[in-house]
Design a protein around this ligand. Sequence first.
Ligand SMILES: Cc1ncc(COP(=O)(O)O)c(C=O)c1O
Length: 397
Amino acid sequence: MTYQYSQRVPESDEDPVGNILKVAGSPSVISFAGGLPAPELFPIAALKKVTNEVFDQSGRQALQYSAAIGHPGLRQQIVKRMGREGVDTQIENVMITTGSQQSIDLVAKMFVNPGDTVIVEKPTYLCALDVFRSYGAHIVGVEMDENGMRMDALEKAVADNPNTKFIYTIPNFQNPTGRTMTADRREKMVEIADRADIMIMEDDPYGAIRFAGDDIEPIKFYDRNERVIYLSTFSKILAPGLRLGWIVAEKNFIKKCTLMKQSADVHSDNLTQHIVAKFMEEYDINEHINKIKKVYRQRERVMMTAIETFFPKGVNYSHPEGGLFIWVEVPGDIDTKELFDTCIKHDVAFVPGEPFYPDKVIPGTFRLNYSNMSEDQIKTGIKRLGTAIKETIGVQV
Ligand SMILES: Cc1ncc(COP(=O)(O)O)c(C=O)c1O
């Protein structure tokens, strides 16, 4: 029979990114494609210990249904964490979600009617684009440079789109570019949003993983009118399989969002929330994050040195001070999907730039991840990639 799906369901069954990750997942391929954290850094022994304690001390509570807003012990820990980042907040302003992906979905669901405009960085996180499309948003991409979203371009986008509901931004070590927005642009973004009376969705999964340069306060720090909805997650600082994230926002918004979440999944896994709360009570999560930073810093350095050695002249790339990604721009009109096919023949993979663009694609762009491969694999993989780029653009190998 023919299923009469809603407009939210994409017509095409194609999953180009899924296909890339499948090919990249072959054991012979050195993959810089996924955004996977280093699994050897997951604090397995500590999580095992606190899981046993949760079962021993509060098993009945942890296995019971609970409130959609989340476990108070965990929300309190997040209040503390946010304080460290310069955001003074209260427990009523914090809700727990099933990862930032759910947070993006809930916020979009709450603001976007079909045809409403959502402003994003160009390029941006592709799974956020999928969410915005599913609610029928008109997506407007704003140019970036090395310092994040350009504020002159943002002002123009806001002026040209009076039906804008919110700006979606990833200010720290952005996915896919690895770029970070400067403090003055953060302040300016709030000023622009205030003037136009629109919301800001600040998606910050990577901010805690800064391994170079100085900390910059979140956009939420500059928020005077409760228009910034701040999202973060345990995926990159603990483990993505836990599926836990959080939202910090105005308390009435949180109440409404809790109702929406209740309809979506009743609440996030209560046992996992107890486990993570216990972990944060008993261990210093910052110590754990420092271990992650040290390893990623080293891998990023190795990748950068290999890029400088093996890529042909004229190829540009971002210089992240944290997070998981480097963005590469090969000059000319090369199709990075073709380059991807050449790379697979050389047993190395990346994600082509195309799916990260909301509209017009800039050719020759792709994303590299450095968190998930060993230093030796990074050196070998980048050498192979350099050879494939040279073959594709016609430089003597
Ligand atoms: C920018 C961005 N937002 C949200 C997410 C989703 O994270 P989570 O695992 O918390 O759902 C990711 C995951 O990679 C991401 O890169």
